[in-house]
Design a protein around this ligand. Structure first.
Ligand code: PLP
Length: 394
């Protein structure tokens, strides 16, 4: 019997405890494991190497991507760093999506470039650019889709086809879509990566990352790195992330419902210059998103018809939407990429990719969408009138 997504999220890697019958995987708070005699273990020796609560999480998340191997890290960035270090060496070349998560951009350009790994950043929404950027020393194709913060969708199957037979490993950062909406390994990717801090945990109460693959050779290198470096999540975080994952399917559906309602409301509204959401027919990635994703996700970006100060006033005036980094949790969040997530990207590069000063990214949560819309509408009035105090409107 092959289980469906929602069943795997609850049962995959999470059997009842054989010893007690506890229906939840025990959280083992231990750093080491007793051996019956020197060198003879019960399957576990030291928690950096191998840990039952972490192992259960790795198995669950691998199952959700349709793969056999998951390697968990203490954060999404630790997972990204681990993938680069485990799979590359000095002199290797990476072709990467240009419209990239700010932290990934920073580690690629400011850290890994120093160690002799070369990066070429391209617009991967056109697969022709992928083939054109390949060099003999290209070892990795790094895709992030939908992209952050403009939600551009890369055609994963077309890009993996473009590197076919070139010995290039394709990695997809699937954080924004979650395995519920998009399954990169089925589209030809070799490795899929998540910041589990986002939708998979879903409650904004733990940091985590995971790297998933079905290839034994890649898994072996990732596992070696995990043990050698030890940027692993503790048992409590593993538990929180596994608990969040159990309701992933349910939550993501509602996140998507809310995002669609809000995107339609904002699209064309006075004071909103543009709504970036792949679910809208006007978005350049609308067709690819429809083919590749179950639904277009629950993050959107809006350009206000305001200057920087007006945009900040808008963000300040919101009551339900919290100004914060991150996404994918039950609470709705708003961020200002130019001064927050993408502040470390050089201003000219930022403008070139369309991250203007009036752009805000919305992570639509699970509140009642009527309340979320009401809050946005009121803040828009405040921001556009400038001096009017919020209390005067209520
Ligand atoms: C948040 C995020 C990361 C980094 O994950 P952390 O858990 O914050 O370290 C990487 N990629 C994407 C797309 C993200 O949204």
């Amino acid at each position: 019997m092959t289980w469906h997504f929602d069943t795997l999220a609850i049962h995959g890697g999470q059997p009842n405890d054989p010893q007690t019958g506890a229906i939840n995987t025990p959280v083992y708070f231990t750093s080491t494991f007793g051996q019956t005699e020197p060198g003879v273990t019960r399957g576990f020796d030291y928690a950096r190497t191998n840990h039952p609560t972490r192992g259960a999480l790795e198995e669950t998340l691998a199952a959700l991507e349709g793969a056999r191997h998951g390697v968990a890290f203490a954060s999404g960035m630790a997972a990204i760093n681990g993938t680069i270090v485990a799979l590359l060496a000095k002199g290797d070349h990476v072709v990467s999506t240009r419209d990239l998560y700010g932290g990934a951009w920073r580690i690629f350009t400011k850290l890994w470039a120093r160690f002799g790994v070369e990066f070429t950043f391209i617009d991967t929404t056109d697969p022709v650019n992928v083939a054109a950027a390949l060099r003999p020393e290209t070892k990795l194709l790094w895709l992030e889709t939908p992209s952050n913060p403009l939600l551009k969708v890369t055609d994963i199957a077309a890009c993996t086809a473009a590197v076919q037979g070139r010995g290039v490993v394709t990695v997809v950062d699937n954080t924004f879509a979650s395995p519920c909406l998009q399954r990169p390994l089925e589209l030809g990717a070799d490795v899929v990566l998540h910041s589990t801090t986002k939708y998979i945990n879903g409650h904004s109460d733990a940091l985590g990352g995971i790297v998933i693959t079905d290839r034994d050779d890649l898994h072996e290198r990732l596992r070696f790195f995990q043990n050698a470096v030890g940027a692993v999540p503790g048992p409590h975080d593993c538990y929180l992330i596994a608990r969040g994952a159990k309701t992933l399917g349910l939550r993501v559906e509602r996140h998507c419902d809310n995002a669609e309602t809000i995107a339609r409301h904002l699209d064309g509204l006075a004071g909103i210059r543009r709504v970036h959401f792949p679910g809208l027919a006007s978005h350049p990635s609308h067709d690819v998103a429809r083919r590749q994703m179950k639904r277009p996700g629950a993050v959107l970006a809006i350009e206000l018809d305001l200057d920087l100060e007006g945009t900040r006033r808008f963000a300040r005036s919101l009551r339900l939407w919290t100004v914060a980094e991150s996404l994918g949790g039950v609470k709705s969040l708003v961020s200002h990429p130019a001064t927050m997530t993408h502040a470390s990207v050089e201003p000219d590069v930022r403008r070139e990719v369309g991250i203007v000063d009036s752009l805000l990214r919305l992570s639509v949560g699970l509140e009642d969408p009527r309340d979320l819309i009401c809050d946005l509408d009121e803040a828009l009035v405040v921001a556009r009138c400038g001096v009017v105090k919020r209390e005067a409107i209520a």
